[in-house]
Design a protein around this ligand. Structure first.
Ligand code: ZN
Length: 148
């Protein structure tokens, strides 16, 4: 039985930008449900966590599996609490999941490729920038300074 993993869109996603296995530029951040839980599509291997400044996670490398990605995402914080991921749906990898995944990767590709077009229309394309890993910095600003 074929799966979403055989689709052109998923292969495009998995290969990453220029086949480097790095996250495509212009990907949208993870969606969150009303409980603030991150919703992952089946087969996701790139972190799309949005930092407080609105930039996506500095880590652009593909994870070797969806479960490794999940373990990593939980290290992110949302309002000071570890990020939570929506629990696996019942009947994982059923037909509905396949449909969801197929649509998800097609949509993602559409968004990224549309963004590419808009960028190339600009007279001065900005070089690919690598945002600083701000999330790893210690949050000393929240600690009140002791009077000496
Ligand atoms: Zn991340």
């Amino acid at each position: 039985m074929s799966s979403y993993k055989d689709t052109e869109d998923y292969i495009w996603y998995l290969n990453g930008a220029g086949g480097t296995r790095k996250r495509h530029l212009g990907m949208p951040p993870f969606e969150r449900n009303e409980d603030g839980e991150i919703e992952l599509a089946p087969g996701e291997v790139y972190c799309r966590f949005s930092n407080e400044d609105g930039d996506l996670c500095y880590k652009t490398d593909a994870f070797s599996s969806e479960s490794n990605l999940k373990t990593y995402i939980k290290k992110h914080k949302i309002n000071g609490n570890p990020a939570r991921i929506k629990g696996k749906r019942q009947g994982a990898n059923n037909i509905d999941d396949m449909n969801v995944a197929c649509k998800f990767y097609a949509k993602l590709r559409e968004i990224v490729e549309k963004g590419d077009e808009e960028e190339s229309a600009e007279p001065m394309p900005t070089p690919s920038k690598r945002p600083a890993p701000a999330e790893a910095a210690p949050r000393q600003d929240r600690r009140p300074s002791l009077p000496l």
